[in-house]
Each structure stands twice: as C-alpha cells, then as structure tokens.
Write a protein that binds this ligand. Structure first.
Ligand code: FAD
Length: 511
C-alpha cells in the first residue's frame, strides 16, 4: 500500500507549473514539482508579460526582479522594399485607467522569467525535480497514484491531487481522455534566439509585414545580447535552423548582406494551433496552462493565460485541501475555460490580421478587463452603477494608513489571504468576526485606512456602508452592504473561511 506523502503532484515546471508551485509553497502545502527535461528550458518564446500578469508577479514578490531582468518593448520598425523604414510609436499607457499600476507589456525572455520564478521558489524552500517524468497514473475517491521515472529510478507516489502543467502535448490530458478540440491554423513558423550583427537594438525590426511567405521579425531580447527571430516557413519539408540556413533566410527575406547571424543559441519549428480542452478537471486530476489551451503566439497571451490559470486554481485547491467543499474546484473550469476560449479567438484573429498587414493589438491583450462576473462564486448585493462588480479584477488605489504612511490596496491584498474592505464607519455588531485567512480593513475617517485621495471611492464606486471582499487572486468575490452580514458569512463558509472552518489538513500517512 502506498501512503499519501504530498497533497499535490505538479507535472511540468514551465511557467504554469512554477507559478502553481509558488502559490502552494507560500501556503505551506506539501507538493512535488516534476519536470521531464534534464535542464531548464532554454528558449525565449513567450517573451511578453502582460499588465495583469505583472500584477500577479507583484503579489508573488518578483515584479521588480523581472523588470530588472528584462525591459520594455522597443518601437516596431517596418522596412519597405527599398530598404527605407518607418518606426511606429512604442506602446504608451494611453489607455491606462485609474487603479492600474502596470499598463505596458514587459519583455522578458521566457527562460529568464522561469529562472526568476525558480529562484523565488528556492527562497520558499522548493525546487523542480528535473529529469523526472510522469509515466502513468490512476485515481480513486481518495487520491491519485502516479508512476514516475526519475534519476532515482521508478517510483510510485500517492497524492491527493495531480495537476497537469505539462504543455500542449500534455500526457495528463491524453491519459484522462480529454478532447482537445480546435484546429491547426495552417501556419508553420520558426522561432530562434540568435547572436547577430548588422542591426541595432533600438527597434523591433520587421520585414515584409503581411506576406506569409516572406515575413520576418528580428526582436532584440531585453536583458540579453540575443535577438529573437520569428518567421513563417512552408508547411511541408525540412527546415534547417543552422546559422548558415538562417543567414540564407535573412538575406533572401531582407535583401541585405550586412545582417549576419553569428550563432544560434536555441531554435524551434512549430505549427500554430488553436485548441481548447473539453474539460479542465476529471476527479482529482486538473489541467493548467498550455495543457488546457494552445494559442498562436500573435496575441502574446499563452504564457500569461497559463500563469493566471495557476493563480485561479491555487487558492481553490488549498481551500479544498484544508476542508472547503470539493465543489469549489468546479469553479476553476467554470471561470477559466471561457477566458481561454476568448483568448483563442483573439489570437486567431490577430494571426489573420498579421497575414494581411500589421496587427492591431488593443487593450484586450493586457488582460486587465478579464472578469469572473456571472461566475457562481461572484456574489453581488450592491445596487448597479458601481465602478466595479463582483467577479471583476479588484483595482489598486493609493490611500494612507492611519499610522501616516502611504498604503496601496495592492499591498493590503498581497499574500494568500482574503481581504474585506469595509467602507466605514463600521457597525461593530454587523462586522464579521475575525478569523484566519481573512484580513479586515475599515476604509474611512475613523478606519485603519484613510482614503485621502478619494481613489478607493472612485475606483470602486462605493458608498459608505459598502463592503468589498477581495479573493486571494485579486478578483472581487463579493460586493455587499453592511446589512448583508449573513450572506457574507455563508459565502465565506463556501470558500473554506467559515468561523468554524476545520483546522488545516496536514499530510498524514494513510489519511
Ligand atoms: C514563438 C512563440 C512565442 C510566444 N510568445 C508568447 C508571448 O509573447 N506571450 C505569451 O503569453 N505566450 C507566448 N507564447 C506561449 C508560451 O510560450 C506558452 O503558452 C507557455 O510556455 C505555456 O506554459 P506552460 O507552463 O503551460 O507549458 P510549457 O512551457 O510547455 O511547460 C510544460 C512543461 O511540462 C514538461 N512535461 C511534459 N510532459 C511531462 C511529463 N510527463 N512529466 C514531467 N514533465 C513533463 C515539459 O518538458 C515542459 O517543460 C509563445 C509561444 C511561442 C511558440
């Protein structure tokens, strides 16, 4: 008989698996994170970190390290046939709305992002186990039995939950028999990280925009001395990715002999797909990231969507492991699958645009307007007309603590807890009792947080007596009034925060 030794097995240490591991590590839940590669992935592919993901990285304590590791995008430079060119303006924060501290996409090559996440994980006492592959698993009512092949040989592991963060070709998804509907988009492309000379690092160089036969982009990768080459290639036949072969491609598509590739550090040829898993969960096995959805890279959404899947799942998994109803896990698919479906549509539309001319990426790629309004978890008891509703992303606001120092709401949210913002004054009789996992703040003249700039009122549209309950993943769980104490208590009970919530379930052999 195999005993349960860990709550969760995370399969795959890409961006999704690493983020889930960080979220579980900071909740002090026992887990294992396995990765079949012998060494960390070396390619730059998902290099765009969108503003919503930057907010998550602030919460995880890595945003400043990531900004320092990467940088902003340079202006796109479109070359004409005669060699002249035109620069488009760099992205600016023109559509920034109040309460959005991050508004520009950040460029960090994926191998650097993953390195920063691994370093943070180390600080929390964990690390991915490389060269360790999931080869089989089965589940029953109490847990999942997984077979691993690793450096120590074969191993059988028993866990409460298994999460497949194992990428587009997901073994976990296939083993669960989950369909992956969608289509191949009839576009094959090469992506490569290069050392080259002949081009400046002050622009994202783009040649033959709109031609799927001759298009090519060379983007200086922030934080490195590399350029990322991206170019469509014919659907059939071998594509060589040596320096000599790519030099031939560069010369024929740019008409220039002065751009010379000195070294290819990493390269991949891939077919673009838009596919979505039919289900995100079967019993005790769940999917996150590319295992659940694959997008063309045009919208810069895949890595970001994967990281946000992990954040949505992590707090629900932790709550269920600590005694919340298992049905809470159903809301993971309920909330995240429609978002992935929308992203697939957007990325596919952008790919179509790219085949006709320059793409127009709008505000939607920033992922700041993602909302779970309408989710069975969103409780809204306030009259309409508020600036935000239950299910929406909780905006930031600059306030002042009663102690006199500046306080951003995002600082109050940072961590694994829920946050109840009571727009004061607070009637002691209706206030929910204090409990583990819930931080309560009274915002108002007699509260611990002073809305000195009026930003809280403006960004949330709240009236005195309104309460805003913010989830650990930064979305608004409930909008209520001080008269709704009973509804609040019921809600908190359903997410594992009832006043008589069970004590944390630790890992007990045989339990
Ligand atoms: C050219 C290109 C450009 C892109 N640009 C962007 C962009 O700008 N922005 C963006 O958001 N996204 C972008 N993406 C997409 C992004 O790279 C992916 O969405 C992201 O890597 C998904 O992360 P993941 O952790 O889900 O999966 P992956 O990164 O694929 O990680 C899965 C891991 O699981 C491991 N694994 C698989 N099977 C097993 C097993 N049985 N046992 C153990 N381990 C296993 C794999 O080795 C792998 O390391 C781009 C992709 C490409 C190709």
């Amino acid at each position: 008989m195999t005993f349960i030794t860990h709550d969760v097995l995370i399969v795959g240490a890409g961006a999704a698996g690493l983020t889930l591991a960080l979220e579980l590590a900071r909740r002090k839940l026992p887990f294992r994170l396995i990765e079949k590669l012998e060494h960390p992935f070396a390619g730059s592919r998902g290099k765009g970190i969108q503003p919503r993901t930057q907010e998550i990285f602030e919460d995880l304590g890595v945003i400043d390290r990531l900004v320092a590791a990467g940088g902003l995008y340079p202006p796109p430079r479109a070359y004409r046939e005669d060699g002249t060119f035109e620069d488009s303006p760099s992205a600016t924060a023109t559509d920034a709305r109040p309460g959005e501290p991050y508004n520009l996409p950040l460029m960090v090559p994926q191998f650097l992002t993953e390195r920063v996440l691994r370093e943070r994980l180390r600080e929390l006492g964990h690390a991915p186990e490389f060269a360790c592959e999931l080869t089989a698993f089965e589940q029953d009512d109490d847990g999942v039995t997984a077979r691993l092949a690793g450096p120590r040989g074969d191993e059988v592991l028993r866990v409460r939950y298994l999460v497949g963060a194992d990428g587009g070709r997901s073994f976990v998804r296939r083993a669960l028999g989950i369909g992956f509907e969608g289509k191949t988009l009839g576009v094959r492309a090469v992506v490569a990280d290069l050392l080259l000379h002949g081009l400046g690092r002050d622009a994202w160089h783009r040649f033959n925009d709109g031609s799927m036969e001759r298009q090519m982009s060379l983007c200086p990768l922030a934080g490195t001395e590399l350029f990322q080459l991206q170019a469509p290639v014919p659907m059939q036949g071998e594509v060589a990715v040596t320096a000599a072969a790519l030099n031939d491609m560069v010369a024929s598509r740019t008409g220039r002999a002065d751009i010379v590739i000195d070294e290819v550090r990493w390269a991949s040829v891939y077919e673009m797909n838009a596919r979505l898993a039919d289900r995100y969960r079967v019993g005790r096995a769940l999917l996150i990231g590319d295992a659940a959805h694959t997008h063309p890279p045009t919208g810069g959404q895949g890595l970001n969507t994967s990281i946000q899947d992990a954040c949505n799942l992590a707090w629900k998994l932790a709550a269920v492991l600590r005694g919340a109803p298992a049905s809470l896990l159903d809301t993971y698919e309920e909330e995240r699958r429609p978002i992935a479906a929308e992203m697939l549509g957007m990325a596919t539309r952008l790919l179509r645009e790219a085949s006709q001319g320059p793409m127009r990426r709008g505000r939607e790629v920033k992922q700041l307007d993602i909302s779970h309004a309408g989710s069975s978890l969103a409780l809204d008891r306030c009259a309409g007309g508020r600036a935000v509703a239950a299910g929406d992303r909780a905006p930031d606001a600059l306030c002042r603590g009663a102690g006199g120092l500046p306080r951003r709401l995002f600082e109050l949210f940072r961590g694994t807890h829920w946050t109840l913002l009571c727009h004061g004054p607070l009637d002691a009789a209706s206030a929910p009792p204090a409990r583990a996992g819930l931080h309560r703040h009274v915002v108002g003249e007699t509260g611990d947080i002073l809305d000195v700039h009026g930003e809280f009122r403006a960004h949330y549209g709240v009236e005195p007596g309104d309460w805003v309950l913010v989830r650990p993943d930064g979305y608004i769980g409930a909008m209520l009034t001080s008269g709704d104490a009973i509804a609040l208590e019921t809600f908190l009970g359903a997410v594992g925060l009832g006043v008589s919530a069970p004590t944390p379930a630790r890992c007990r052999p045989g339990a």
